[in-house]
Design a protein. Structure first.
Length: 122
């Protein structure tokens, strides 16, 4: 798959309610607070196919000042292995988001965290 699109982004939040309100007031991004299985707030950027979420800052996977982009993948394990072969470090292997799809996260050689995403609809 060449020229893969960015399909999701995450902006970690100290307070998801306040963060969602801030970006709604600033950019008009609609949002929806989610509950189980994890607390998460989804937002719509207005760019077709590029929405995102505000996860809670946990000091581990999600830290302040660290936006994570999600790149579409047809083969998460294969892409993760390829990234590692190119010098990346796997941070989270393939993980299911029930009803939505699967993702994995790696750090590129510069330390930037990038996620791979495969929708359960594709």
């Amino acid at each position: 798959m060449a020229g893969r699109p960015i399909v999701h982004l995450e902006i970690p939040a100290k307070d998801r309610v306040e963060t969602a309100k801030f970006y709604n007031d600033l950019f008009g991004w609609d949002f929806q607070h989610m509950g189980a299985p994890v607390a998460y707030t989804m937002f719509k950027t207005g760019t077709p196919g590029l929405d995102g979420g505000y996860p809670d800052i946990d000091g581990k996977l999600y830290q302040g000042n660290d936006v994570i982009i999600y790149v579409e993948s047809d083969d998460i394990e294969g892409d993760l292995k390829h990234a590692e072969d190119l010098g990346a470090k796997k941070l989270m292997g393939k993980t299911e988001v029930p009803g939505f799809g699967n993702f994995a996260i790696f750090a590129d050689p510069g330390g930037n965290r990038i996620a791979l995403w495969k929708s359960s609809n594709s």
